[in-house]
Design a protein around this ligand. Structure first.
Ligand SMILES: NC(=O)c1ccc[n+]([C@@H]2O[C@H](COP(=O)([O-])OP(=O)(O)OC[C@H]3O[C@@H](n4cnc5c(N)ncnc54)[C@H](OP(=O)(O)O)[C@@H]3O)[C@@H](O)[C@H]2O)c1
Length: 285
């Protein structure tokens, strides 16, 4: 586990130690403006794709602290082991699966290993593209961004949905981005288009699966200070970006994790098909 990872999650470790929970993971959570001494995700199995680092690792950590049985996922086994060790330090057990979310056979293998899940966070996604004029975007990089973000989300949901429908319960959270919320002349267009697609996909999904007692919602974060972003965004750019947010700071993985916990818990039981901007107000600006 990197030193910066340890520092980033130090705040989670300062929470009250686990007390008298069934699996020793009860904690005082503040959800939806209410303080509760319950474990809001108690006895639920939660798969968080892309939880070997970044936002996914923070969501998995928060869910584990909320009592969920967390399944960590990624491709980097060393990174997964580091997150798992971190959860063990917090008194939470987690299992791990590996696989590429753009490959249906990998997802099916993962599903066979895990069994049915109550909460699916389709978080894995990424781009290595740069903002470019449309005529300079190669077909290959366009297809890659769509594949890694939109197709990967579709394949993940498609794989785990039948068991949710059969059990008539489930909760799906997808990850969009502020890039998919409004046009900009500095955006990565294929990534933004893929994320906008994730939003409508999630809303169509919510409409289809609501009668089965399944909810589907989407988180749309602005720039989040993950380890990767901390490494790559220079200080002056970071400062300028923060100033462009009404709340005058960039987001943290924990900001996204808290929103995910709200959507995953029964505190949001009447909420489905929404896009939640975890963006410090940036999409208004
Ligand atoms: N960070 C931001 O500022 C930001 C803002 C808006 C939206 N988002 C979205 O939030 C989500 C998480 O972002 P992040 O910044 O936390 O990402 P990150 O730090 O780059 O981590 C990405 C995670 O997704 C996994 N992953 C990526 N492609 C995969 C694939 N094809 N198959 C399996 N696993 C894959 C990675 O696994 P391995 O590394 O183990 O391979 C890793 O666990 C993404 O959907 C991203 O688009 C991020």
């Amino acid at each position: 586990m990197s030193i910066s990872y340890r520092i980033k999650y130090a705040d989670l470790r300062t929470r009250k130690p686990p007390t008298n929970g069934r699996r020793g993971r009860r904690f005082a959570a503040r959800i939806g403006g209410m303080t509760t001494s319950q474990s809001p995700l108690s006895d639920r199995v939660a798969l968080v794709t892309g939880s070997s680092r970044g936002i996914g690792a923070a969501i998995a950590t928060t869910f584990a602290q909320a009592g969920a049985r967390v399944v960590l996922h990624g491709r980097d086994e060393a990174a997964l082991a580091a997150v798992r060790a971190h959860l063990a330090d917090l008194g939470a057990e987690a299992s791990t699966v590996t696989g590429d979310i753009t490959v249906a056979a990998d997802l099916e293998r993962m599903r066979d290993q895990i069994g049915p899940v109550d909460i699916l966070v389709a978080n894995a996604g990424s781009t290595s593209s740069r903002p470019q004029p449309i005529e300079d975007i190669t077909e290959e990089s366009w297809r890659t961004d769509i594949e890694r973000n939109l197709t990967g989300t579709f394949l993940t949901v498609k794989c785990f949905l039948p068991a949710m429908k059969e059990r008539r319960r489930g909760n799906i959270i997808t990850l969009s981005s502020a890039a998919g919320r409004k046009p900009s002349d500095r955006t990565i267009i294929a990534y933004a288009a893929a994320k906008a697609g994730v939003q409508l996909f999630t809303q169509d999904l919510a409409a289809q699966v609501g009668p089965y007692g399944i909810r589907a919602n989407c988180l749309a974060p602005e720039t989040i200070l993950t380890d990767t972003n901390e490494q790559w965004i220079p200080d002056d750019v970071r400062h300028a970006l923060a100033e462009s947010h009404p709340l005058r700071r960039l987001g943290t993985p924990d900001d996204v994790a808290r929103a995910a916990l709200f959507l995953a818990s029964d505190e949001s039981s009447w909420i489905t098909g929404v896009i939640v901007d975890v963006a410090g107000g940036a999409v208004l600006a």
